[in-house]
Design a protein around this ligand. Sequence first.
Ligand SMILES: C[S@@+](CC[C@H](N)C(=O)[O-])C[C@H]1O[C@@H](n2cnc3c(N)ncnc32)[C@H](O)[C@@H]1O
Length: 229
Amino acid sequence: MPSGQHQTAVVTWRDRNIPVSTRFDDPYFSLAGGLAETRHVFLSGNDLPARFCPGFHIAELGFGTGLNMLASWQLWLESGQQTDLQFTSFEAFPMALQDLQTALTAFPEIAHLSMQFLDLWRDGITELVMPGIHVQIIYGDANHTVPRWNERADAWFLDGFSPAKNPELWRPDLLAAVGARTNSNGTCATYSAAGHVRQALSNAGFAVDRVPGFANKRHMTTGLMKAQP
Ligand SMILES: C[S@@+](CC[C@H](N)C(=O)[O-])C[C@H]1O[C@@H](n2cnc3c(N)ncnc32)[C@H](O)[C@@H]1O
């Protein structure tokens, strides 16, 4: 079903409420616990909340269910920030409202935030302003949209489906565009420890580290953008 001018994601369900992409044959988050994975990989992996400061900007490849956004928002509120968190996400195949609702029922701990998000969600929506967060969603293939983006992020969540199943979201050129849109001393994190991903991030200017992964994943990758001379 089209969502504005974009194709809506088609999903099947595992364990009742874990969405699995039909197109990519991959779940949207870890079967071992989506929220715990987000906190380990993307929040801790970007040294958050320690690095939060006024005007902090997170950017993400793959909005999916919005879980990473919701977990970031919760952490931002809990850390007592007084300004809005900026959160920009790049998404080619947005999920339908009903699927978002089903997926987010798995996380009662953040239901108060999910409800505010779902109340605002409309097909094709590009901006959501909620208390403490300003979300922008940029639709289309990130290989085209990221290079056209004129902003920089302090932290990147690299959250495509697995590199084997969704290679478009891990292309060296795209990761180079990510690097070029990262502030000095900004960071990135991904659950992937694939050698070609680490190499591409290194070529993009990040000092790359391999750190313990979530659940059954031995390693994941973090990156620190070296200060510009
Ligand atoms: C693992 S899911 C992201 C999960 C998400 N971060 C969350 O919190 O639920 C990967 C996402 O990448 C999106 N995606 C895949 N290929 C893409 C592309 N070329 N450009 C933009 N988004 C893409 C998929 O539609 C999917 O929503």
